[in-house]
Design a protein around this ligand. Structure first.
Ligand code: PMP
Length: 401
């Protein structure tokens, strides 16, 4: 059976070169970088600093501005809560877009009990924030703007450079969550004017367990972990040395090679999208048509439930993601959330059809043949689901919805 991984937005496979770079730091060089009085610790410190340089190089930062964390979730928590705490004297107003990841949205929840106010910016039908909306929501007590660089569910790339410019003009800190985009599309922290940027190793062919927060030199941030003085006091705790080394190796590879992957993936994305458009009716693509992540194709199909599509695709060896709440990460939230993902609701997809959403996200290892294989099975699966759908049968009988 086929084994086609089209879910790179959830994670990417480790690049074998990254694996080779990590290996010595498990068994041979197991030192603690903070204990660098001896050779073992020295080796770890040198390796972590080299990784810091490589991660900085990916986004044109200074190595001193990179704070290693356990991943993007921790980096987002540190950015949001760290700014909120450190800048409370200036004000307690934060602006975010309504399509941020849960690690941003849920970091804001405890702040609500402490007198912070959050403005959630609307997005257009493509999921884009209007920078002018950012400008008009800034107040004297605004301390932070957080708008993601790219949305994982619908692939849209946000106008972060314009938002960064406005933030600068108005002297408000700007954070962007670049988990889905870093290592895939260029991101220059100087050009975007971002003060804080979230990065995730496992999203660009590095290992899980390492992420980073870019903290522009001079930005005050309250550490969210009490402990030692690692990572310039921003993040206590011994670094995950093998994972940090892996993230550094992955960053170096991405910097050198991402333009090539990007071009190929844009081609594969177009082939997949065109093929779906030609073979599946009642399909609605989501996200911006051109300002989007390479190799990312997202859509919903009328009368076909997303989770069922995914299960049938998996039976044929095709692995993808659903934007539907049922895809699991909303379990435990309120009933309404179980109908549709907040991102799909934000772009105006009717909540009763939101569950049809599918995200195909391709990676550098995918091929045109795999795209064709997916195109070979998708129309049949959709038809099968339609045949089981009372609403589709009703629609066919009446010729109208
Ligand atoms: N931000 C975005 C945009 C994401 O898509 C994700 C999930 N991959 C995260 C943050 C959180 O990443 P992680 O679960 O790896 O910490």
């Amino acid at each position: 059976m086929a084994h086609i991984f089209f879910d790179h937005i959830s994670t990417t496979p480790l690049d074998p070169r990254v694996y080779e770079a990590m290996k010595p730091y498990f068994l041979e060089w197991y030192g603690n970088p903070s204990s660098h009085i001896h050779d073992q610790g020295q080796a770890a410190l040198v390796a972590v600093d080299a990784a810091r340089g490589a991660v900085a190089g990916l986004v044109n930062a200074d190595p001193r501005e990179i704070v290693f964390t356990s991943g993007a979730t921790e980096a987002n928590n540190l950015a949001i809560k760290g700014v909120a705490e450190a800048h409370a004297k200036k004000g307690r107003h934060i602006i975010v877009s309504e399509v941020e990841h849960f690690s941003v949205m849920n970091s804001l929840l405890p702040l609500g009990n402490r007198g912070y106010e959050v403005t959630r910016l609307k997005v257009d039908r493509d999921g884009k924030v209007d920078p002018e909306d950012v400008r008009s929501e800034i107040r004297a007590d605004t301390i932070l703007i957080s708008v993601m660089h790219a949305n994982s569910e619908i692939g849209t790339i946000e106008p972060v450079a314009e938002i960064g410019r406005i933030a600068r003009e108005r002297e408000v800190l700007f954070h962007t969550d670049a988990t889905a985009s870093a290592g895939h599309v260029p991101l220059d922290v100087r050009e975007t004017g971002a003060d804080l940027v979230t990065l995730s190793g496992h999203n660009f062919y590095g290992p899980k367990g390492a992420g980073a927060l870019f903290v522009r030199d001079g930005v005050a941030l309250a550490s969210q972990l009490d402990g030692g003085f690692q990572e310039r006091g921003f993040r206590a705790g011994t670094e995950n040395v093998p994972a940090v080394v892996g993230m550094g190796a992955a960053a170096g590879i991405a910097k050198a090679e991402m333009d090539g992957w990007g071009d190929r993936l844009r081609g594969l994305g177009k082939r997949l999208r065109d093929g779906i458009e030609a073979t599946v009716s009642h399909v609605h693509f989501t996200g911006h048509a051109t300002d989007r992540l390479p190799g990312h194709v997202s859509f919903w199909v009328e009368f076909a439930e997303g989770e069922s599509l995914l299960l049938f695709l998996n039976l044929r060896g095709v692995m993808a993601a659903s934007g539907s709440a049922c895809s699991s990460n909303l379990r435990g939230h309120d009933e309404e959330d179980l109908v549709a993902s907040p991102v799909l609701r934000a772009i105006g997809v009717p909540s009763d059809v939101c569950t049809g959403s599918i995200t195909f996200s391709m990676g550098k290892g995918n091929t045109g043949e795999e795209v064709d294989e997916v195109l070979g099975v998708l129309p049949g699966i959709v038809r099968r689901l339609w045949d089981m759908s009372p609403t589709y049968l009703d629609y066919q009988k009446r010729g109208t919805r």
